[in-house]
Design a protein around this ligand. Structure first.
Ligand code: ZN
Length: 345
């Protein structure tokens, strides 16, 4: 099959479109023909070099495609069963499915947990073999590019807001980066919970799109000071929850935007991981800082129910052929997109 692999870590030039052996599925696996694979910022981190990545390596976490073959040991008791030809998406998590965390449904706390395309080969290829538990049928209302744009960012945003921050109706939520995958998901999830949403972006066109997704207010983070605008919007009170994934560039403004006893939840650090914390603020204002990493299979199924019903919508920025993955990475690194960048094998 064709695949894009990296044989060394580095810039987009290390992405190599080449022939590799077809995967040979185990009897407990399902073989998928990849029709679409969405990019995430994680792809850039992995390409540049993360511990635990064995070379050569195939990137790509978010996969949608068709079932080619179902292993003989795969039992499926659901009416919407797994069989050849079925259109599916692939849960982007890799876990052991045996340890006490996994059987308790806390897959993202498994010692062996990793993301597809990070610790194990991903979907920048034509065929992939995955455990049956990861294979989820999709409705006809979603095309492959839309379906591939869902799993990682929507389960991440759901775990942040629902699993970690305990979002409640009527709260005010600040979502950084309206055009990012997590931002697009978090705006819509917060509106699903009848919250007031403030979002940020680097230009007016992105802010307008953020409002189309349901955001009530937009802040231009290049022209305006986020915490000052939040104070104006909230009558000096601050927000209940901040959804952080930007890191160093926005951290101080994010913390300052919280109300007393507010919650900051973070899942990433695209502009760098090293930030400061003012302990006077933390204890005197009784703030809560939460880390969040991906989500559980239960949470993925929960958020997918809303996506499949059309209450939450994936946003695709552009689609390129897999052979042009290098150009897709270059575009991702410019951060000019609104929504997901998808490649088709
Ligand atoms: Zn486990």
């Amino acid at each position: 099959m064709k695949a894009v692999r990296i044989h060394q870590f580095g810039g987009p030039e290390v992405l190599t479109y080449e022939d590799v052996h077809d995967p040979r599925p185990r009897k407990d696996q399902v073989l998928i023909r990849v029709r679409a694979c969405a990019l995430n910022h994680l792809d850039i981190w992995v390409r540049q070099g993360l511990p635990g990545v064995n070379l050569p390596h195939i990137l790509g976490s978010d996969i949608a495609g068709e079932i080619v073959e179902v292993g003989e040991y795969v039992t499926d008791l659901t009416s919407n069963g797994l069989k050849a030809g079925r259109r599916v998406l692939v849960a982007p998590m890799h876990f052991c499915n045996r340890c006490s965390k996994c059987v308790a449904g806390l897959q993202n706390q498994c010692r062996h947990f990793t993301v597809l395309g990070n610790g194990v080969d991903g979907g920048n290829c034509e065929l992939i073999a995955v455990p049956a538990a990861n294979v989820i049928p999709i409705p006809d209302s979603l095309d492959f590019n839309q379906a591939a744009s869902v799993p990682l960012v929507f389960v991440t945003a759901w775990h942040m807001l629902v699993g970690r921050a305990g979002i409640r109706p009527g709260q005010t939520v600040l979502v950084l980066g309206a055009g990012s995958g997590v931002g697009i998901a978090a705006i819509q999830i917060a509106k699903l919970f009848h919250c007031r949403v403030i979002t940020t972006a680097g230009d007016e066109a992105k802010l307008a799109k953020g409002r189309e997704l349901g955001a009530d207010y937009g802040i231009d983070h290049y022209k305006q000071k986020i915490s000052a605008e939040v104070r104006k919007i909230t009558n000096k009170e601050g927000v209940d929850i901040v959804v952080e994934h930007v890191g160093a560039a926005t951290w101080d403004e994010s913390v300052k935007s919280l109300k007393s006893s507010g919650i900051l939840v973070t899942c990433g650090a695209t502009t760098g991981p090293n930030v400061g914390i003012d302990l006077l603020h933390l204890f005197a204002r009784q703030l809560t800082l939460l880390g969040s990493y991906m989500g559980t299979m239960r949470e993925l199924h929960e958020v997918l129910r809303h996506v499949f019903a059309g209450r939450l919508k994936p946003v695709v920025d552009r689609v390129l052929p897999l052979s042009e993955l290098r150009a897709a990475h270059e575009y991702l690194e410019k951060s000019q997109m609104f929504g997901k960048i998808v490649v088709n094998p």
